[in-house]
Design a protein around this ligand. Structure first.
Ligand SMILES: [Zn+2]
Length: 487
């Protein structure tokens, strides 16, 4: 692990500051346009954060592009935008929102657009959350989408930050600061400003950017960092390295000694956001699954929200599998965890079909049913493929899927996934399995398969039966990946 000398968000920060001092980014005064943009149309956004972290001031300058509007991609944040205006050498021209966008009809060549964004309280979920010396502010709070964006438009951004303030965004570096990926405008992402501890590790060929908010984890920082690296490394028990070039891990210290909620986000670049107790112990981290689960999501394609049973099912299933392969759980504990999850999932439904339960889960809170039914179907598919002689069962297709599609913007459906696996394995397994269970209210039947695998009893009484009919399949599933790519 190396500590970065220059936080990735402040490189080239002075670029647009100079232009700001000259009265805006327009006028091409100090801009070697050809060097910056080549022949392509371009939009550069520069952001200035005040020392109190209350206001972000944006300057957006198009070049070789006629902007029609700047759109707020999440309209509820419009009320945080102040003083939208055209920046012109002869004086600013006020702008006003029409619905969710600022129209640019009066914009002339060389003009830029300015606006301020209130980053202060109140907190609004995970998307805008001021802390003591930092603020979590998702890009959709402060980044307006320039429209149109013809193919090939170069979108860049830079930050000008007060001393002691850093910016964490998942966007790739660029000579001007950052390149802003198209997904920053189309998918939800995360960002933070303020006092941040930043460090970078390389895991599985990818950069793992660890950003701890506030003062971080103090003397426990190496522990948390090691846990994140170990969790990321568990992914190489399935994939040939991490299938994304860089992951930003935003770690939020919270009170307590456990790992709390986590989420995976893709807007602007792969991101995991995890709440970690500031008094975590090695014991609580050693077997914690949160980071493996969230990182797994980023190694699979984005699935349609209605098919959460599949995206969460695969992640839930593979979390136990990968933790066992990586030695974070022993084989028996991993099987007991799966068995226990199936048992909980089978008790906690609302009587809806799995398809409907998945669609309604944020209202019914039937998360256990949805996640574990999906995990059960993953197990059934995996074992059936192995029984039919497909070496590695689901692993092969999951690996291929990561390679082709983990970074794609497209949302996959369960049907498309099932067809993909069946086509890659040459078997008719997954499509018929999903068709069989998706419109039923009963939990997938795992008892028979667990018995065949030799998973017997529960909790402390659980044993793994050595001479069960499928005992070799069972141990192969949890065994470290032989000859796999290691970090
Ligand atoms: Zn999940």
């Amino acid at each position: 692990m190396t500590h970065r000398q220059t936080p990735w968000s402040v490189s080239q920060q002075s670029f647009c500051l100079g232009l700001l001092l000259l009265g805006g980014c327009g006028g091409a005064v100090a801009t070697p346009a050809s060097a910056v943009t080549g022949d392509a149309p371009a939009v550069h956004s520069s952001f200035v954060i005040d020392p109190d972290l209350h206001t972000l001031s944006a300057t957006v300058c198009p070049r070789d592009l006629r902007l029609e509007r700047l759109r707020m991609t999440t309209p509820e944040f419009i009320e945080r935008v102040r003083r939208p205006r055209i920046l012109r050498a002869t004086g600013d021209v006020p702008l006003a929102f029409e619905e969710d966008a600022l129209p640019m009809a009066s914009m002339a060549d060389g003009d830029c657009i300015g606006y301020d964004v209130d980053l202060g309280p109140p907190r609004e979920g995970f998307w805008i959350a001021p802390g003591e010396a930092h603020v979590i502010a998702a890009p959709d709070v402060w980044l307006l989408a320039p429209e149109p964006r013809p193919e090939g438009t170069l979108l860049t951004a830079s930050f000008t930050l007060p001393p002691g303030v850093r910016a964490a965004v998942p966007w790739p570096d660029d000579p001007r600061g950052h390149r802003v990926p198209e997904t920053a405008f189309t998918l939800r992402g995360a960002a933070a400003f303020g006092k941040l501890e930043q460090a970078t590790a390389r895991v599985g060929g990818a950069e793992l950017d660890l950003v701890s908010l506030g003062s971080g984890f103090g003397e426990r920082a190496p522990l948390v960092s090691k846990w994140m690296q170990k969790s990321a490394s568990a992914l190489t028990e399935l994939h040939d390295g991490l299938p994304v070039p860089r992951v930003m891990a935003l770690l939020l210290p919270v009170s307590g000694s456990d790992v709390g909620f986590g989420m995976a986000l893709r807007g602007g670049g792969p991101t995991v956001m995890i709440m970690v107790g500031s008094s975590v112990t090695p014991a609580s981290l050693d077997t914690d699954w949160t980071a493996v689960h969230e990182l797994f999501h980023l190694s699979a394609p984005r699935f349609h929200p209605r098919d959460a049973w599949l995206s969460e099912g695969l992640a839930t299933y593979y979390t136990d599998i990968l933790m066992a392969r990586a030695g974070m759980l022993d084989e028996r504990s991993a099987w007991d965890d799966l068995r226990d999850g199936f048992s909980r999932g089978s008790r906690r439904g609302t009587g809806r079909t799995l398809r409907q339960e998945s669609i309604d889960m944020h209202e019914t809170y039937a998360y256990q049913r949805v996640y574990w039914a999906g995990a059960a179907l993953s197990l059934l598919a995996d074992v059936e493929l192995r029984k039919r002689g497909v070496e590695g069962g689901l692993d092969g297709p999951m690996r291929e899927l990561a390679r082709c599609c983990a970074r794609s913007e497209e949302a996959w459906s369960a049907e498309k996934f099932a067809a993909f696996v069946d086509q890659k394995t040459g078997q008719s397994v997954v499509q018929s399995l999903f068709e069989h269970y998706l419109d039923r209210a009963d939990f997938p039947d795992t008892a028979e398969i667990l018995a065949a695998l030799g998973v017997k009893g529960a909790g402390r009484e659980m044993t793994l039966v050595a001479d069960a009919p499928r005992a070799s399949v069972r141990s192969a599933m949890m065994a470290p990946r032989a000859g796999g790519a290691k970090p």
